[in-house]
Design a protein around this ligand. Structure first.
Ligand code: NAP
Length: 260
């Protein structure tokens, strides 16, 4: 399945290259990279922006440019690809049928990853109609992510909302927690240190214990206690139960719009 052509090596392309290297899955020597503004030092050992004729060697093409420019980015490349090259796209919202058409009917898989692939702790939602494309996408992402195979392409919008975009929700939560702690009188640096360590520890405990989040929540919530008072706000009217469905609906809508 190598060489892998990375079309776009920004945040996500770079995160993948780092994760693959650290996991021993693929090395820089397995990569051909096409990106007009790349930092060559970050991809030492890869073939960077070779002549277009060299792209015919690629067995797998990872489409990792912004959805808004994907058509422009693939135009010059397509005529030089091998007919049996398999396309794996991480472009949010862009439909497999449109990608396959732009790549002259080549097989396509879609993946929605998270940036923690850089540390081998990503999540990746995968869908492909073609079995070989599905296998290729799994081979790319299983070394660096927990993989979920989606039954239909339409579910990719929901997977984007619950996974691809969700790390930002957590970071926004931590920002707000830190600010609220400081507003309660904590030194800002103490509030940041406490908030971050608490969230990281709570997530690690959820992983290591294997307990349901609801169970873990109950374990730390005494009836009538301090945590219950806070959860009354967070889980009450206008709280998570109202906010997250709205947030995910906005994400799904935008994903559908980007798909055009
Ligand atoms: N970041 C995430 O958390 C995340 C999660 C899931 C999926 N995705 C998907 O991953 C894709 C890439 O996102 P990203 O965050 O990595 O974006 P990004 O950081 O902007 O990376 C895209 C890269 O492509 C380069 N590029 C621009 N025009 C190009 C061309 N014609 N040919 C080749 N490369 C070109 C960009 O260069 P310039 O910066 O110079 O324009 C940039 O380095 C998007 O489709 C997004 O939907 C991202």
């Amino acid at each position: 399945m190598t060489p892998i052509l990375l079309l776009g090596a920004g945040r996500m392309g770079g995160a993948l290259a780092q994760g693959w290297r650290d996991a021993g899955a693929f090395s820089a020597a397995d990569l051909i990279i096409r990106d007009p503004h790349i930092d060559p030092a970050a991809f030492a050992g890869a073939r960077i922006n070779p002549p277009l004729e060299a792209l015919g060697a690629a067995k797998t093409v990872l489409l990792a440019v912004k959805p808004q420019i994907w058509r422009e980015a693939v135009k010059d490349v397509v005529p030089h690809l091998a007919p049996d090259a398999v396309i794996v796209s991480i472009a949010a919202g862009v439909r497999a049928a449109d990608i396959s058409e732009a790549f002259c009917g080549r097989r396509v898989a879609r993946v929605m990853p998270t940036t923690a692939v850089s540390i081998g702790r990503g999540a990746a939602s995968i869908h492909a109609e073609d079995p070989e494309a599905l296998a290729r996408a799994k081979a790319l992402f299983a070394p660096v992510a927990a993989v979920a195979e989606l039954a239909s392409e339409d579910l990719m919008h929901a997977a984007t909302a619950v996974s691809g975009s969700a790390p930002a929700y957590l970071y926004a939560f931590v920002e707000a927690l830190e600010a609220a702690g400081a507003a309660q009188g904590l030194d800002a640096a103490d509030s940041a240190r406490l908030a971050r360590a608490t969230i990281i520890g709570a997530a690690a405990l959820m992983e290591q214990s294997g307990e349901e989040p609801a169970e873990l929540r109950k374990q730390v919530t005494s009836p009538g206690g301090t945590t219950a008072a806070a959860l009354g706000v967070l889980m009450g009217e206008g709280g998570f139960g109202d906010l997250l469905p709205k947030a995910l609906a906005a994400c799904v809508k935008r994903s559908e719009e980007l798909g055009g």
